[in-house]
Design a protein around this ligand. Structure first.
Ligand code: ATP
Length: 134
């Protein structure tokens, strides 16, 4: 693979989660997975809750993102996400608790349940756990 690099920045309202040069990345676009190499054509797309795979040297690292937007321009990839964590930053016990809470809400089916909100919380928790456990 080419030795060319592109800058990847992942930003949330709270912090800059990632700001490094990378060789290749795969992002969960709402229209499907998107693989981005340096010098990719300019692009703006929305993102799903999912796991980014980022190649720096030979290894890939995983970064959870809870949706958002991606801009690609001049070998710079900017991701704006409501929340994001590198796999090693994920608090597994917290994600397990979030998963349990969402599952309990969906199972109890109270009249005032916001189903979509509970389903999105469950999806975030499951994908955080997948980012850690592979
Ligand atoms: P929770 O119910 O546990 O807050 P959530 O999916 O509702 O989970 P988000 O709204 O996506 O949480 O994120 C809120 C903030 O908490 C963000 O800064 C996010 O990075 C952080 N966060 C949420 N869950 C975890 C986790 N399991 N490990 C580390 N950081 C987390």
């Amino acid at each position: 693979m080419s030795e060319k690099k592109q800058r990847l920045e992942i930003v949330t309202p709270q912090r800059k989660v990632f700001s490094e040069d990378v060789k290749f990345l795969v992002a969960p676009g709402t229209e499907g997975e998107l693989g981005i190499l340096p010098e990719h054509a300019p692009l703006i797309t929305s993102l799903n809750i999912g796991i980014m795979r980022v190649q720096q040297d030979s290894d890939f690292i995983k970064v959870f993102i809870s949706g958002g937007f991606m801009e690609v321009r001049n070998s710079k990839v900017t991701i704006l996400a409501p929340s994001a964590e590198r796999a090693e930053e994920i608090d597994v016990a917290r994600a397990e608790r979030a998963k349990q809470r969402a599952e309990d809400r969906l199972a109890a089916k109270h009249a005032d349940l916001d189903v979509m909100r509970a389903e999105l919380a469950l999806k975030r928790a499951l994908l955080r756990l997948r980012a850690v456990n592979g």
